[in-house]
Ligand binder design. Structure first.
Ligand SMILES: [Zn+2]
Length: 451
């Protein structure tokens, strides 16, 4: 068999890899992930896949992040007529992610039309999404699936509830695709399972260059920042992604409150999408860590601090500007590139009692980076905003394995192709693997690798 990357090749987003092998019935094509490019590479979503959608026989998905599922509607629109196999949690989260993506695409389209310009044709629509929903086929982790010449199995990757790495066997050859591997130091999800020895591992390298800071230090700093600003009556703004990071932040707020390490204050989640995800969590509780499952057993919601409130409508969201602290606002989006968090910051950045706590990656040149670099003034919604609030970053919240964890996960393997990372970071990881006598290369777009 051979595998070819048509996304996340020397870049972080757009995960999409095609596995091919001959069988008696002819050539069989199995697609692993069909993700969208994000951020600066967004334009690449309109480019051809590099293979014919209608000739793919089956699709297997590692997890529900947009950069792993975002081009599925395009695949269906271009004639894919097979099933899409995924874990049960991934199947439940997928509509929330793709419907939000459709909403953003529609809003963008309307913005173009309002300015009288001809808007680019949307890449997909609700009909494609409906067609896609009919093709979803949930599979339990560890269950063996047979597709043409392949046997496939999902195993826990500890990155999202129900996230998986994918094992593909053809005859005596085995290929492992890591998907995204979770950060083992964290509490909410189980640790990634170990991979079986394989002829080739296609492995992510998002943090291939460095280990994360120990998680207990991260939480201690989080508690210190919260106590300091809340005791002064300040507001703490936490930009966050709706899927997993928001709930994880709520988990730690609840726990710190329980341990009396922070005062109990109103905590507002200002994201209808995060609320939808939170409602799914109790339905997939067996995909969490033993600690979280034990809390559910006791009848405690692990993700509900005492004074948790949701802002549903835009008016609810705006009303939060009128409230005085102490309070916490968790709102999207996590990269500060849009969403309700922006109007909270416009109102709150000029007050020195307030704090911005960043728990996720901030792109170069984005508002988050600018604030963390100590800007005294930023331009938002066409006006200058004086920055008096403190900005903090807590890298330990990362949902990805750090370099030390990646090296440990790959310890039993002899041949690795790296994907899902910036080239410099993948090179550092490749060198570290090479120094242990393992063969490591970087996957290139459209270039097949024989397993
Ligand atoms: Zn991911």
């Amino acid at each position: 068999m051979r595998i070819t990357s048509y996304g996340a090749a020397q870049t972080v987003t757009g995960s999409c890899h095609l596995v091919e092998a001959s069988s008696l019935a002819g050539e069989y094509k199995l697609l692993l992930d069909c993700g969208a490019y994000q951020g600066a590479e967004d334009d690449r979503n309109a480019e051809p896949f590099g293979f014919e959608a209608s000739r793919v026989d089956a699709v297997v998905i590692s997890h529900a992040h947009h950069d792993h599922i975002g081009r599925l509607p395009v695949l269906v629109r271009q004639g894919y007529r097979g099933q899409i196999y995924l874990s049960e949690p991934t199947m439940r989260f997928l509509p929330v992610i793709l419907e939000d993506s459709l909403r953003l695409m529609t809003e963008e389209h309307q913005r173009w039309e309002r300015t009288g310009r001809k808007a680019p044709e949307p890449l997909w629509d609700q009909d494609d999404l409906n067609e896609l929903y009919r093709r979803l086929e949930p599979v339990p982790l560890h269950q063996e699936l047979a597709f043409g010449p392949f046997t496939v199995r999902l195993r826990g990757a500890g990155h999202l509830p129900g996230s998986a790495f994918i094992e593909v066997q053809e005859g005596r050859q085995r290929l492992v695709f890591s998907g995204d591997l979770g950060n083992r130091n964290k509490e909410v999800l189980p640790d990634p399972e170990d991979p079986p020895p394989a002829e080739l591992v296609l492995c992510e390298g998002t943090y291939g260059d460095r280990p994360h800071r120990p998680f207990d230090e991260t939480i201690a700093e989080f508690a210190r920042i919260l106590s300091e600003h809340l005791s002064q009556g300040g507001k703490v703004f936490i930009p966050s992604f709706a899927l997993e990071r928001t709930q994880e932040v709520l988990y730690h707020l609840r726990k710190l409150e329980q341990q009396n390490k922070i005062p109990s204050v109103p905590i507002y989640v200002d994201s209808p999408m995060a609320e939808r995800i939170s409602q799914i969590y109790p339905q997939v509780k067996r995909y969490f860590s033993p600690e979280v499952q034990a809390l559910y057993e006791q009848g405690t919601d692990p993700f509900s601090p005492r004074q948790l409130r949701y802002a549903h409508t835009v008016d609810d969201s705006k009303a939060l500007n009128e409230l005085s602290g102490p309070l916490v606002i968790v709102a999207g989006n996590g990269m500060l590139s849009g969403g309700r968090i922006l109007h909270h910051l416009r109102h709150g950045l000029s007050d020195p009692k307030n704090a911005l706590v960043i728990t996720s990656y901030q792109p170069r040149g984005g508002l988050g980076r600018i604030l963390l670099e100590g800007a005294e003034q930023v331009r938002m919604f066409g006006e200058e905003v004086r920055v008096k609030a403190q900005s903090y970053t807590l890298g330990g919240f990362s949902g990805h394995a750090g370099q030390d964890e990646l090296l440990d996960w790959l310890r039993g393997e002899h041949r690795v192709a790296l994907v899902h990372g910036e080239p410099e970071k993948l090179q550092i990881l490749a060198r570290a693997l090479g120094s242990r006598g393992q063969k490591a290369m970087m996957a290139e777009w459209g270039k097949p690798i024989e397993v």
